[in-house]
Ligand binder design. Sequence first.
Ligand code: SAM
Length: 306
Amino acid sequence: MLKVGRLINDAPLRWSAAYKEFYRAVVELRLYDEFWQKNVPIPTPRREGTGVRVLSIGSGSGEVDSAILRKIMQNQSSVNLYSRVVEPSAERLRDFKDLVQQDTSLSTVKFDWRQQTVEEYFSESDGAKFDLAHAIQVLYHVQDHHATLRNMWEQLADGGYLFALLLSGMLTKTNHQHTRIFADKIGQGELQHEMWKWFPHENDRDRLQTSHITSGDVTRSLESMGISYVIAEVDVDINIAECYKEDSETGRLLLDFLTQTSNVHAHPKMRSAVLEYCLRNSSMVDDKVLFKARNAAITARKNTKK
Ligand SMILES: C[S@@+](CC[C@H](N)C(=O)[O-])C[C@H]1O[C@@H](n2cnc3c(N)ncnc32)[C@H](O)[C@@H]1O
C-alpha cells in the first residue's frame, strides 16, 4: 500500500538517493545558499569573556553547519565556539567529522557529537543552554515538530535564537510584524498539502505524522506557545523534466523526493495526479520543466528579560 509522505521511514536508502537527485536538479543552488546565509541569525557572546553555544538538530554531513560556524567566527574572530551536533546517521556524522578535520578554520571549535535522534537527545536533558538552536530542513523527519520546537526553545539562553528552515506551505496572514508572505500557492510544499486532499484515506496517518510538515505548521506551533517570529521566503527552481520520462530512474527518485513518498511511479493514479499538478505549476524553459521549491526561514529570539 502507498504510504504518503513516509519516504525516509519506509525506504531510508531510497530517500538518500532521492535527496542527491533533488540537489542535482536544483537550478541555482547559489540562490538557496545566499538565502539562508542572509537569514540565519548570528549570535554574539552573552557576556564579555563567555563563548557562543550552538545546538544543531539534524546536521546531515555538516556543510551548512560549518558555514554557520564560520560566519559566527567571522563576526567575532576570537570567539570561544561550542557546537553540539545531534544527527542520527552514523554515515553523515562521519562525513561531518571528516569535513571538520579538513577545514582548519574550524580547528578552534569545540564539537560535541551526539549520534542520536532529536527524540533521544531531548529525553535526557543536561540543562545546557544555547545561543542558537537551528533545525535546517529537518523538521519533516522528527516525530513531533511541536515538541521539538518547544524543547529547542527551552534550551535557549536568554537572548538566544531559534532558527528553522523548511519548505513553505499553508501560511496564513498573521499579526506578527515583519512577516512577509507570498500570496500565491505554488511549489513543493503546496503539492504535498494537495496530496492529502487527493488521497485523504490513503493511509490512516495524520499529515503531521509524516514528512509533509511545512512552514505553516511551524508558525502555528510558535504562535500557540506565544513566541514571536520573523519569516522570509525564497523560491528555488527545480528542473523536473526527468520525471516526465517514463523509464528514468532519476525521474522516479525525483518524484519520490518531491512527494516524500516511496515508489510513486508504481502507483499510476498518484503519479499522474502529481505530474499534472507539477506541470500546471511549472514554467518551461528550453528543455527544462521548472517547478518551485519555496523555502521559509523562521527566526525567533528568546527574550525573557523584558
Ligand atoms: C535533509 S537533511 C538536512 C541536513 C542539514 N541540516 C542541511 O540543511 O544540509 C535531514 C537530516 O535530518 C536527519 N534526521 C532524520 N530524522 C531525524 C531525527 N528524528 N532527529 C534528528 N535528525 C534527524 C537526517 O539523518 C538528515 O541528516
